[in-house]
Design a protein around this ligand. Structure first.
Ligand SMILES: CC(C)(COP(=O)(O)OP(=O)(O)OC[C@H]1O[C@@H](n2cnc3c(N)ncnc32)[C@H](O)[C@@H]1OP(=O)(O)O)[C@@H](O)C(=O)NCCC(=O)NCCS
Length: 348
């Protein structure tokens, strides 16, 4: 090696210390790097699991009338190695902070996650939040991962366990039609309607009532969560956000003889991307249970989704392990277990 040819005196390069920096919302120029670090962190612990697309999460973490949000990144030696967010509901649950933290695999066990979590919690406490929740997910197997160990190390306790299930092609539409015919006999008084994206004006108030109910009717385990406040305006706000995420929503509802909504279900799928469908928010009003509406709604909705998007590759759904009725419906539809979610909470 030839030495001494440099015209400049050689200065030792200094490693820059780890730095936590708050983003100026999801429009910040650093958002793509924030997203890349978060995505790398989650993908490492659950390869093949359901994933957010960059532009979807950008809208999800926008501030709105319904949520205040703050985002931070961790930089180590100039590279973004970790990402954190806290979402703080404004219309209900006024002391709750929903925490999201991920660290790139190559930067772990150096205190980055801890530094991000402290920053998130300190800031959220200043904004009146004293109840923190975080979800950790993993593939089939024991409910144990870097995320569960990290959460437990920081005083979070397990409040709910959910099973993540997935449905993939081929979809047995003939088999589903047979199930539908059997179930129809139990639901003769109800009318099933389907639509995409926008709740028709005549049902929006009812849809809001059922959406609020869903927030606490689905099993919550030991999570301390208040019923959400929904009205027509908030439904429209969500539709607007989903449109800006470039996501479509397929929806089926059962209308009771008195014109109220007896049950509803929805599947979300990105426009132009068939990889990740999300089966969301199925609820049957307790006054209308026992008529197989859960099964009928899900079959009707899947049929319209497949008519519009026959190439869909996965549909994911989460159920509390105690929600035996919904799990039985999902298994009839062809969902198979694919992973787990543990919901953690810490009160400060
Ligand atoms: C969870 C996660 C954010 C931790 O990031 P990190 O920077 O490695 O965390 P820290 O270095 O601050 O770890 C703090 C403590 O958590 C515990 N911990 C973290 N990872 C662990 C692991 N793989 N095994 C056992 N304990 C672990 C340890 O007690 C650790 O302290 P120690 O290193 O002195 O033993 C990171 O593993 C990750 O991104 N996981 C995937 C996303 C996720 O699950 N997010 C939800 C987090 S609640």
């Amino acid at each position: 090696m030839v030495r001494g040819l440099s015209a400049e005196p050689l200065t030792p390069t200094r490693r820059r210390p780890m730095k936590i920096r708050q983003l100026d919302g999801t429009g910040d120029a650093a958002y793509p790097a924030w997203f890349a670090a978060r995505d790398a962190g989650y993908a490492h612990d659950f390869p093949g699991g359901p994933r957010w697309l960059e532009h979807e999460l950008q809208v999800y973490y926008e501030r709105s009338d319904a949520f205040d949000v703050a985002l931070w990144l961790a930089e180590d030696d100039g590279a973004v190695v970790g990402a954190a967010a806290v979402a703080m509901p404004l219309k209900d649950n006024p002391t709750l902070g929903e925490v999201d933290i991920a660290v790139r695999p190559e930067a772990r066990r150096r205190g980055v996650g801890t530094a991000l979590l402290r920053t998130v919690e300190d800031e959220a406490v200043l904004r009146g939040r004293t109840r923190f929740m975080v979800d950790v997910e993993g593939p089939l197997g024991p409910h144990d991962s870097a995320g569960t160990r990290f959460a437990e190390k920081h005083g979070y306790t397990r409040r709910i366990v959910e099973v993540l299930r997935v449905q993939r092609p081929p979809f047995d539409l003939d088999g589903l039609a047979r199930l539908e015919r059997e179930a129809d006999a139990h639901a003769a008084d109800y009318r099933v309607l389907t639509w995409r994206d926008r709740v028709p004006d005549e049902y929006v108030a009812e849809y809001a009532r059922m959406t609020a109910r869903l927030s606490t009717d689905a099993p919550l385990g030991q999570l301390d969560y208040e019923q959400e406040t929904w009205d027509a305006g908030r439904i429209r706000l969500r539709e607007d956000r989903l449109a800006r995420m470039r996501r479509h929503v397929w929806c089926a509802v059962a209308v009771a003889p008195d014109g109220t909504i007896a049950g509803q279900t929805a599947i979300v799928l990105a426009a132009g991307d068939d990889s990740t469908g999300l089966q969301e928010e199925t609820i049957v009003d307790p006054r209308h249970r026992g008529h197989r509406l859960g099964l009928l709604l899900k079959i009707a909705n899947l049929r319209t989704l497949l008519r519009d998007r026959p190439g869909v590759r996965t549909i994911w759904t989460w159920n509390a392990d105690t929600n035996t009725y919904m799990i039985a419906v999902n298994e009839k539809l062809g969902y198979v277990p694919a992973g787990w979610l543990v919901g953690y909470q810490r009160d400060v």
